[in-house]
Design a binder for this molecule. Structure first.
Ligand SMILES: Nc1ncnc2c1ncn2[C@@H]1O[C@H](COP(=O)(O)OP(=O)(O)OP(=O)(O)O)[C@@H](O)[C@H]1O
Length: 323
């Protein structure tokens, strides 16, 4: 799936409201996020097991430059990102702009087929898509130049809408390998099996998972909710500067949603950020977003605070499109 965010701001208000996220007026920002899952696309955090991929990007609106928060370097900057389906050349992303700073939580919503997942896929470098324009800078580096695993090692994590199974690969071995790859990248010594077990064991409580899930093959036979918990366990183990969560709430029962939200909130620090795609306000009530972005036809058409989700629930996307 894919995400795309766009924040637009007009002229700065005379008196800024008490809560003025950096992505809202007087700033002009655009966010784009896309994520893709495919049985052929590997998690970027699994360099040697290419079955899923992740990536994220943000671009500043060409019209929003004056409004950007210059006081902080953006974590993610996506500018005018356009992309087509590789096979048919059909354009899906039509100019996505997004800026994410440290400590921010951004939500992307939008009708089915608006391009959210495509955006995510493009960000992670999914081969089904070709970038035809724009740029994506993550932590000051050109994300589009990086391989999917390089993006992960740089601090990008993505949780897929439909996490894939990796038959024959033990969950704890998978996590151990991915974790050590990250440590190696950071110039830190790798952990042996016992050290890693001691590291991961307390994290199971975070997502309310039983120990035996570690010894099962990755997602094999897991229920939908268990897969989502496992995704968040991966995030807890690997850490991330930017976590992209694609419909992390789908398939979760009420208790599981609470567990997952608690885990995600517990992982947040002033230095890392979250970009989450969702169709439902219930997620935004437990993981409170800094901004909500609405995507339509491959672009971010509106950005607002959490009250936007209430408007959507009451009036639907048509009311936004009509503005
Ligand atoms: N590989 C592909 N081949 C053909 N069409 C594609 C491909 N990828 C995306 N599309 C089309 O691009 C459009 C956007 O799809 P995308 O999955 O990004 O939407 P979305 O906003 O994530 O939708 P949803 O909310 O239903 O998950 C859809 O019309 C989809 O059919």
């Amino acid at each position: 799936m894919a995400w795309q965010i766009q924040c637009t701001a007009s002229s700065p208000p005379a008196s800024p409201p008490p809560f003025t996220p950096k992505c809202l007026p007087p700033r002009s920002l655009f966010f784009t996020l896309s994520a893709t899952s495919s049985s052929r696309f590997c998690p970027p955090h699994m360099p040697s097991l290419r079955s899923v991929t992740c990536s994220l990007s943000a671009v500043e609106s060409p019209t929003s430059t004056a409004g950007l928060d210059d006081s902080k370097t953006p974590l993610l900057e996506v500018k005018g990102l356009t992309a087509v389906i590789a096979e048919t050349k059909q354009e899906i992303l039509k100019g996505v702009n997004l800026v994410v700073h440290q400590g921010e939580i951004h939500a992307i919503m939008g009708k089915n087929g608006s391009g959210k997942s495509t955006f995510s896929k493009v960000l992670v470098g999914h081969p089904d898509y070709e970038v035809t324009g724009g740029s994506v800078v993550f932590k000051g580096e050109n994300l589009l130049d990086m391989e999917p695993e390089e993006r992960s090692l740089a601090g990008l994590f993505m949780s897929f809408q439909a996490p894939i199974e990796i038959p024959g690969v033990n969950n704890i071995d998978f996590l151990h390998m991915a974790y050590n790859a990250r440590r190696k990248k950071l110039g830190e010594p790798e952990l042996g099996p016992l050290e890693f077990y001691a590291y991961i064991y307390p994290k199971l409580d975070l997502v309310n998972m039983k120990t035996d899930f570690l010894n099962r093959n990755v997602n094999e036979g897991f229920s939908g909710g268990e897969r989502k918990r496992n995704e968040i366990l991966q995030l807890a183990v690997l850490g991330a500067d930017l976590a992209i969560l694609d419909e992390i709430d789908s398939g979760l029962d009420i208790d599981a949603l609470r567990d997952v939200a608690k885990a995600v909130n517990g992982l947040l620090t002033p230095k890392n950020s979250v970009l989450m795609i969702t169709h439902y306000r219930r997620l935004l009530e437990v993981i409170k977003p800094t901004c909500i972005h609405i995507m339509e036809d491959g672009r971010i058409i509106k950005t607002g605070d959490s009250s936007l989700a209430k408007v959507l629930e009451e009036k639907g996307y048509t009311s936004i499109s009509a503005e």
